[in-house]
Every structure is written in C-alpha cells, then in structure tokens.
Design a protein around this ligand. Structure first.
Ligand code: KIV
Ligand code: ZN
Length: 405
C-alpha cells in the first residue's frame, strides 16, 4: 500500500492512480456523547481521547465547552494533555460559545474552532426565527470574530441537506470570505441518499466562489442506516475529511461509524482511491472502551466490532474457512485487534469444524468415534443455541472414551 502522510493531500499508487488521504475527525466525545444516556465524566473523556490519539485520528472534538463546567474542563485538560492530534472547540455562532471554546482549547498543540449555524428553512422559521439575511449576517460576524483568536475555523451549515442550493452556496461563500477554511456539510437528520449527498458536494465545489484551498468535510447521521454509505459517497465526490464516532454512537440512530468507514476505505482502497491514518490494530480496544464507558452495548451483528462479526456457524462456511480464511472473510480480524477469530459450534456446524475443534483439544478420534460424536453433538445442538467447549469435551469423554482435563 502507498503511504500518504497526513500533510499530503494525495499520492500516486503503483498504477499511477491518485490515492487520497482522508482525514478522520472524531466526534465521539461531542456528537457521540449526545446519544441518550451516554454522557461521560471528564476523566473518562481524557482516557478515551488518549486512545483516539493512539488510534491515529486526525482531529478530536472533545466536547461542547459552553455546555457545562465539566465539559469545559474535559476539553481544557485534553487540550493540555493529549498531543499529536488537532483539538477542536465546538461553538454555536454566539460570542459566549466562541470565547469558551477558544479558552478551553488554548493549550492545544494544534487547534481549530468548529462553529455551526442552521441553514434550512425549517430551522430558520421555527428554531432560529430569523430571516436569511439575518442568518448570513450572524455567520459572517461570528466567523470574523472567531478568526481573531483561531486560525483554523470550521463552519457547519446545520441541516444542510434540507437547504436549497442557492442559500447554501451563499452561506458557504460568506463564511469563506470571513476566513473559514474547513466547510463541513452535515446531514443533520440523516435524510440524504448516497447519490444525492455526493452530488451536493460536487455542486458546492463547482459553484461556491472563493472555495479554492478550502477543505470539505462530511458529517452524516444514521437515521436511515446510510451514514457510512453517504460518507463514502462524499469521499468519492472529493471531500477530504469525514466526521465519525466510535461504534457509530450519537443522537437518535447515531453517526457515521469510525470503524465501519475506515474498514470500508481500507478493504476497498483500490475502488475508493483513499487511505486514512488509522492504526487499525487499536480499533477493537477503543470500541470496547467506548462501549463500556458509555454503558452502550454493541449489537452482536455490528460490522467490524460486533461479537459475531468474525464468527461463523454454518457448516459450509466453517469448512471453507478451515481450508482458506478468504473463502468467507474479507478482513483479517487480527489487523483490527479482535482477540480471536472463533468458529462457533452450533446446529449448523459440520463434521469438519467439529473435528477441527476436537483436534485442538489434542484428541484424534477414529472415523467410527467421530461419527458417534457427530450424532450426539447434533442432538445437543438442537436443544441450545451454541455448544460450548466444555460441553463438547463432555461429549468427547462419552464417545471417544477420553476424559479431558
Ligand atoms: O449533525 C449536525 O448537524 C452536527 C453539526 C452541528 C455539525 O452535529
Ligand atoms: Zn451531528
């Protein structure tokens, strides 16, 4: 694989095709923490932020400093203590929020300020109760205000995917003129379809004046289960930053999942023409840590980090895997730090898998013994979901006449 360091936008691969470096902006500790019941203590945030830095994310958004003294403290301590990663202060387009985010991130090695303001009619009419002219004026003045303190300003037009092109372009142009250098276009309510979301970026990139040199970013919610697909479409349309959360935690159905997005890019890098800086062997550990800290269980069938993601029960699959792992696996779980790639024994398991597990216990039954064991195994497996190792050992004791320790 071609190595592309974080400062290079892209490099050519062996076939002369451009490989784009996609920046991973992690918002587990801000947007992710907005998941009902997922809130964290500052100390927990600090531990997770260190792990995110080790994982290789490019940016950490550790919280919303104005929202509570605890969050302010968490952002401040992370800015002081976590190095090797850019720290992002989050703020509404309001002076007090900006002041608070600027103060909280003061000690960061590298920092940016992320400001958001709604752009859709429904938000302007019912939430902000402001006209378009007023909103543009606020966006301009608050970006200009923040720019006095922080060089790297990221701006998000909230609910962008339900905003008409004309106003969206106008707002983006206005904030770029005032000094915003990163434009994040969120699908706040998880409404977009992949093709639409990608096409929206293409239109923005082609039509917004003064956008040269600006970094475009995707931020997707998962209400229709499309957050990862939409983020991939945005990358294909040219965005170079994607905002994600570990385990996809976040408001409602959550955000784009870090591990799913990264592994889609990694597993299909030729099709995607992209790489990230994520150190995949830390993925499983970080996922477990976040799940425990937030008391947020991971679904068994969750891609990449779910309990069943690398387990195989069907006999035909188990047989194939024992011959060559690539028959039914597209990723190597060892590269994700998943502790072991286990074959589950249950009613769908075949002779090959059972024999393999038996041989792992150091037992080599004759054909006759194996057949007797197989029949007993199936009788037991019909009564329960999974046959545990100790139960298999017991069956071996009965049929092969070897009692295992
Ligand atoms: O979903 C959203 O719109 C956000 C922004 C404020 C970036 O989280
Ligand atoms: Zn969000």
């Amino acid at each position: 694989m071609n190595q592309v360091n974080s400062n290079q936008a892209s490099a050519a691969n062996g076939q002369g095709k451009e490989i784009k470096r996609v920046h991973i902006f992690d918002t587990t500790l801000r947007d992710g923490e907005q998941a009902p019941g997922a809130s964290l203590h500052p100390e927990q945030k600090i531990v997770i932020a260190r792990q995110l830095a080790q994982l290789g994310v490019d940016v950490i958004e550790p919280g919303f400093p104005i929202s509570s003294p605890g969050d302010f403290m968490a952002v401040q301590r992370i800015s002081q203590e976590v190095t090797g990663v850019e720290i992002c202060g989050f703020a509404r387009a309001v002076k007090e929020d900006i002041d608070s985010a600027v103060r909280a991130t003061e000690a960061a090695e590298r920092r940016r300020l992320h400001m958001f303001l709604s752009s859709s009619n429904i938000h302007l009419d019912f939430q902000l109760r402001k006209s378009r002219e007023q909103v543009i004026q606020i966006a301009r003045s608050m970006v200009a205000y923040a720019k006095q303190f922080v060089d790297r300003i990221e701006f998000s037009p909230m609910d962008a995917t339900r905003t008409g092109d004309e106003f969206l372009f106008e707002m983006i142009e206005a904030v770029i003129q005032e000094g915003a250098t990163i434009i994040n276009i969120p699908d706040t309510v998880g409404y977009a379809l992949p093709e639409e979301y990608g096409a929206m970026f293409t239109r923005v990139m082609n039509n917004v004046r003064g956008g040269k040199g600006v970094e475009y970013s995707a931020h997707c919610h998962n209400d229709l289960g499309l957050a990862v697909a939409n983020s991939l479409a945005a990358i294909q349309a040219g965005v170079t930053q994607v905002e994600v959360t570990v385990n996809g935690v976040g408001e409602r159905a959550g955000n784009c999942s870090l591990e799913e997005l990264v592994m889609a890019i990694e597993t299909r890098k030729d099709a995607m023409g992209a790489v990230t800086g994520i150190q995949t062997p830390y993925i499983y550990e970080v996922s477990q840590k976040v799940s425990r800290a937030m008391s947020f269980p991971i679904a068994f069938n969750k891609p990449i980090v779910g309990r069943n993601a690398f387990q195989h029960e069907a006999g035909i699959h188990q047989d194939g895997l024992l011959k060559n792992r690539n028959t039914y696996e597209i990723m190597d779980p060892d590269r994700l730090g998943v502790p072991r790639n286990m074959i589950i024994l249950g009613k769908h398991s075949g002779r090959h898998a059972i024999k393999h597990r038996v041989s792992q216990f150091g037992v080599n039954p004759t054909e006759e013994q194996m057949e007797a064991l197989y029949i007993k195994f199936k009788e037991l497996a019909d009564l329960q979901k999974v046959v545990q190792d100790h139960q298999l050992m017991e069956l071996i004791g009965h049929t092969v006449n070897t009692v295992l320790e």
